[in-house]
Design a binder for this molecule. Structure first.
Ligand code: 5GP
Ligand code: MG
Length: 187
């Protein structure tokens, strides 16, 4: 793990970002996920539904590595900070394309408790897709997890229980532009 800029001053503490997964490594993981999806969905034109905002970089890289045609849509649920308590998840933006009888893959940046993903899957399942799977880039080794790892068909990398940033994922809207996956640490 290497120390990297930028530094972010937050109240009296200096927060620094440390690299966890390099740009090259993360793109390898995304490439492997794309290969598996391409094999499994040959001739099916799946509908990929990205969970905003954190998954926008992951989804953009994933679709460009797919060799099959897909359609794309997005959903947004209240994030970490917007939640009153664990479990109180609100739908902020719904998918607009029809889901009924489609092969749907939910694209999520990171799973911690799994509550956001469960909420999104339940909502989509109620619209009767032909099939419904999830593709998650990062899975936190967290004691708070509520969903089994093997329920996620396309799983990228496990990460430790730290606050992840970069590659589309933010800390108070910062660090989304970093090309690698890192974590914030208080100095
Ligand atoms: P869950 O519902 O699984 O607890 O959390 C899922 C959502 O919370 C993720 O889609 C992501 O938006 C956010 N999240 C979870 N862990 C982290 C993290 O380590 N860093 C950041 N920035 N967001 C996270
Ligand atoms: Mg997310």
């Amino acid at each position: 793990m290497s120390d990297t800029s930028p530094l972010c001053k937050k109240s009296r503490f200096i927060m620094s970002v440390k690299q966890l997964i390099s740009e090259k490594e993360v793109l390898e993981v995304v490439g492997n996920l794309a290969r598996r999806i391409g094999r499994d969905y040959q001739g099916k034109k799946p509908l990929l539904i990205g969970c905003l905002t954190g998954s926008f970089v992951f989804m953009a890289d994933l679709v460009r590595r797919l060799t099959i045609p897909v359609e794309c849509d997005f959903m947004k649920v209240s994030s970490y900070e917007d939640r009153m308590s664990a479990g109180e998840i609100k739908l902020l933006l719904d998918a607009t394309l029809p889901v009924k009888d489609r092969h749907v893959i939910v694209i999520e940046d990171i799973v911690d408790t799994g509550q956001s993903l469960t909420f999104i899957l339940e909502r989509l399942r109620s619209k009767n897709p032909k099939s419904l799977e999830s593709c998650v880039l990062l899975y936190k080794e967290s004691p708070r997890i509520t969903i089994p790892k093997n329920s996620i068909l396309y799983l990228g990398s496990a990460v430790p229980d730290v606050f992840i940033v970069g590659y589309g994922i933010d800390y108070a809207q910062n660090h989304r532009e970093l090309p690698y996956v890192g974590y914030v640490e208080r100095e």
